[in-house]
Ligand binder design. Structure first.
Ligand code: TYM
Length: 328
């Protein structure tokens, strides 16, 4: 059985990186899997301070984006993590199966905690809650961007350790990371990943951003002084990132783009890229606006949570039985 599970944090406006690395895959995978479950991971979002009103708004927004991108609630369950209490419960059980050293090695934790005076414990145990998300549903495949690979490796290690100690309990999940588009880079600093929480707004393009706004960002995107269109991630990260975006949005290979733009300047490439993106993003933005019906959205989220809970409850019972908890 092929079961897909993935999640997105409601912690900022989703970017085109989130779209190309994650949402886009979610839509494709829902058709060839036996089941697919997509979560809005609000419990993860609170590992950094969140404004309550914004968190509530953004949680619904992420669900609405799932739908606008093409996730079909008759094929996939969409739900909010905090609506299924088993995530927190299994999270605790798995914390007691995870070594400090393992959690300490997580690069996302290092990046997010670096230079901060007050880091909460939740940020440190974040990847264990993520392991709980995945293992609760016996997920076989987890579509994510490249930055989440290490967390999935940890999930596999925890699951294998548990199975060795208590007997076969968890399915060992595989990360599903695309060869191309799994790491969209920041526009202002193309050696860093595009992130929805980076300080500089010019570094990223939000999925729901107005074309007039993202046009400026693309036109200002950092390239290099060569003015030669060539795909070379090491020496020309800016141009390579623009070619990646172009290729994914236009569904045209990088090779063909490089040939087509031979001898032309970066300005032409950028202008054409804006056009292609305006087209594709416009369609998602239009659907997003059409789906602006909170009653219907909440109905979908409730249905998704009911479906998820049914699986999650069984897993937690199985885990607790294996570990030796009393059942009455
Ligand atoms: P989050 O919310 O940061 O990002 C959501 C998804 O988008 C991918 N992504 C990118 N892909 C390509 N290029 C980029 N620049 C880029 N930035 C982000 C991320 O890899 C991710 O797939 N920890 C997760 C959320 C999570 C989760 C889970 C995922 C919680 N539980 C269980 C899978 C399974 C996160 O912070 O994603």
């Amino acid at each position: 059985m092929k079961r897909i599970f993935s999640g997105v944090q409601p912690s900022g406006n989703p970017t085109i990186g989130n779209y190309l690395g994650a949402f886009k895959q979610f839509v494709e995978l829902q058709h060839d899997a036996d089941s697919a479950i997509y979560c809005v991971v609000d419990l993860h979002a609170i590992t950094v301070p969140q404004d309550p009103a914004k968190l509530r708004k953004r949680s619904r927004e992420i669900a609405q984006i799932y739908l606008a991108c093409g996730v079909d609630p008759s094929k996939a369950s969409i739900f909010i993590q905090s609506h299924v209490k088993e995530h927190a419960e299994l999270g605790w059980l798995l914390q007691c199966m995870t070594y400090m050293g393992e959690a300490n090695r997580m690069t996302q934790y290092k990046d997010k905690s670096e230079g901060k005076a007050n880091v909460n414990v939740g940020l440190f145990t974040y990847p264990v809650l993520m392991a709980a998300d995945i293992l609760l549903y016996d997920a076989t495949h987890v579509p994510v961007g490249d930055d989440q690979k290490q967390h999935i490796e940890l999930t596999r290690d925890i699951a294998e350790r548990f199975n060795n100690r208590f007997g076969e309990t968890f399915v060992i999940p595989e990360p599903q990371i695309q060869e191309f588009g799994a790491r969209i880079m920041a526009l202002d600093e193309p050696t860093k990943k595009m992130s929805k929480s980076a300080e500089n707004e010019g570094s990223r393009i939000a999925l729901l951003e107005d074309p007039a706004v993202f046009k400026k960002k693309i036109m200002r995107a950092v390239t290099d002084t060569e003015n030669e269109i060539r795909f070379d991630e090491e020496n020309k990260p800016g141009v390579s990132n623009l070619l990646t975006l172009y290729s994914l949005y236009a569904d045209e290979s990088v090779e063909s783009l490089v040939n087509r733009y031979q001898g032309q300047g970066y300005g032409t490439l950028k202008k054409d890229l804006v056009e292609v993106m305006t087209d594709k993003m416009g369609a998602i933005q239009k659907r997003f606006r059409e789906l602006d019906d909170q009653t219907e959205l909440d109905r979908i989220l409730k249905q998704g949570a009911d479906q998820a809970r049914e699986i999650a409850e069984k897993t937690v019972n199985r885990v607790k039985d294996a570990m030796g908890f009393v059942r009455i």
